[in-house]
Ligand binder design. Sequence first.
Ligand code: SF4
Ligand code: SF4
Length: 261
Amino acid sequence: MGNLKEEIKQKALEMGFSLCGVSDIKKVETVEFPPDRGLMRPSEVMPDAKSLVVMGFVVWDEGLNTAVATPSTGDFTGGEAEYYNLYYEVTETRAWRVAHWLWEEKGINAMPTHAVHLKVAAQLAGLGFIGHNTQVITPEYGPRVRWIGLLTTAELEPDEPFTRDLCAEQPLCQEESLCVKACPYNAIIPGPSFGVPPGEKVIYDKCVVAHELDRDIDEEWEKYIRRITERGFMECTICNLACPYGKPVDEKIIPAKRGIV
Ligand code: SF4
Ligand code: SF4
């Protein structure tokens, strides 16, 4: 199955993903995750899945962080909100193309999902480190990556987990983590994410993302909601853009996409 794994990775790149790895599905099955975020175990999403592929899409334009939502209680678990998010839709559509190819060409079942704990899955797939801002920091693009999983009935050998501590290695974050410092609401608890109970590293109620769907939005939150239409906005990415590991996206990827180089 070694070749199949490489073929899947190649197909993921062809479909517009920049990173792809195979996670250890058994470990993802047992990992703890925060409650009330709509997360599930792989077996709950696809009971006969044998492997979990993780694919990363580089956010090279802030417009990809656009969301459109009906007013709600700020609950992302489904609830009453009608919620559309561009990077969710883009990654899911592209992942379905990989799934379709697997079925058509190999007769193998596969199903894209955002519902499993993708941050842990990406680390286990060797793609990055869970940084102080709780995002997956990749050596290539920092945290400027949106993730999706592909559950499949194919048996694929998991990749080696990512073992470097990129936050400890980052010279610019030795005195203070730039992501923690950048948050206008002091929502991120300083220090490593590892060892902090799931869901508690970013104080959810203090993060603007938890309030973007509020029915009556306080001025305090409105200040950092990048509204583009009455119900459309770009999600807060301040702590994401602050990470020095994301600079290659500014320096190379964005100019290339804009046709500057
Ligand atoms: S998304 Fe914005 S408000 Fe939330 S932790 Fe990051 S910088 Fe703070
Ligand atoms: S800004 Fe610094 S501390 Fe925060 S995730 Fe990036 S490297 Fe880690």
